[in-house]
Design a protein around this ligand. Structure first.
Ligand SMILES: Nc1ncnc2c1ncn2[C@@H]1O[C@H](COP(=O)(O)OP(=O)(O)OP(=O)(O)O)[C@@H](O)[C@H]1O
Ligand SMILES: [Mg+2]
Length: 299
């Protein structure tokens, strides 16, 4: 795998007043932010707010209703060969008669249709990706014989095999037990740290990812916002985001956790319009203003 320089900086994903509509309805709009190369970004938001839609828009699979999205220096869709994508609910999508190795090879050959002579080099590359994903011992097993967590690793191997510069994973931790979640997070950490891969991951529970996140896109009130991590971890903002009381807890060791609040404040978000306006602005200065009023420092 290519050893990219994580510190090369520069933008990886640039939204300029981007909006998406599906079925005649605006899903989100006013997306205006830049995500740097070498970052690990979570996409957070409640069900149906358009997280999967955002990844598809970044891949150019869904046209924008307004504005633009550039990915790896090209308009959305043009750089897809440099992107690894693990879709949501991959497990029900896969052709389960394939072996793990054949599945990983698809990331190189690009299609499951027709006959593809596979070179020795391609096979070695696919094995290497399976090893990296910690599932090489199941290379000859059919996907139908693997568990959900094992299939998730195969899906990641398939996304990795062509040395992407950007890896996008849609809810890779869903349905995994705690040990498997941890293993996937460790894998993402290695890909980011050792190979300089930029990573974007849709997640509902930030806790597992907190140690590696550099920022998050939060889908709130029909707008995607990007903020560096110290600005995202704010109880008030998360409470508004999830619509239920959320607390950010810092342990004496400096670890941060996001927890549902205790007691009687499980009730829905009770922010006033003014408070929300303070948390949530759409002007260009938005991302810098958050930090001063609501910023928390991660370690
Ligand atoms: N093919 C489609 N045609 C029309 N509307 C769609 C289509 N796919 C999704 N939508 C709508 O777009 C909105 C965003 O869907 P999306 O799948 O992006 O949400 P999500 O944030 O990924 O949700 P989840 O957390 O459940 O995965 C939803 O309201 C959904 O109903
Ligand atoms: Mg989704």
């Amino acid at each position: 795998m290519t050893n990219l320089d994580a510190t090369q900086g520069g933008p990886c994903i640039v939204f300029r007043d981007a909006a998406v509509a599906r079925g005649g309805r605006t899903i989100w709009q006013h997306g205006d932010f830049t995500i740097p190369r070498g970052s690990v970004t979570a996409i957070v938001g409640t069900n149906g707010t358009g997280k999967t839609t955002m990844m598809k828009a970044e891949l150019g699979l869904i046209p924008l209703a307004h504005g633009s999205i550039d990915v790896l220096g090209e308009p959305a869709g043009r750089a897809n060969r440099r992107i690894g994508y693990v879709p949501q609910i991959y497990a029900s999508d896969v052709d389960s008669s394939l072996t793990a190795l054949q599945s990983a090879l698809l990331g190189l050959t690009g299609t499951r249709f027709g006959i593809h002579p596979v070179t020795r080099a391609q096979k070695a590359k696919a094995m290497q990706a399976l090893e990296f994903a910690g599932i090489a011992d199941k290379a000859r097993h059919r996907l139908s014989d693997l568990s959900g967590g094992q299939r998730q690793r195969v899906a990641i191997a398939q996304a990795l095999v062509a040395d992407p510069e950007l890896l996008m994973l849609d809810e890779p931790l869903a349905n995994l037990d705690l040990a498997s979640q941890r293993a996937v997070v460790q894998l993402l950490a290695r890909l980011n740290r050792d190979l300089g891969m930029t990573i974007q991951v849709v997640a509902h529970d930030l806790n597992m990812l907190l140690p590696i996140l550099t920022g998050a896109v939060y889908l709130l009130d029909g707008h995607p916002h990007y903020a560096a991590m110290d600005r995202v971890l704010d109880s008030d903002l998360l409470t508004h985001l999830y619509g239920t009381r959320v607390q950010v807890v810092t342990t004496p060791q400096g670890d941060m956790f996001v927890t549902p609040g205790l007691g009687d404040d499980d009730a829905a978000d009770v922010h006033t319009a003014d408070e929300i306006a303070g948390l949530h602005r759409h002007d260009a200065a938005d991302d810098t203003t958050h930090g001063t009023t609501h910023g928390r420092t991660l370690r």
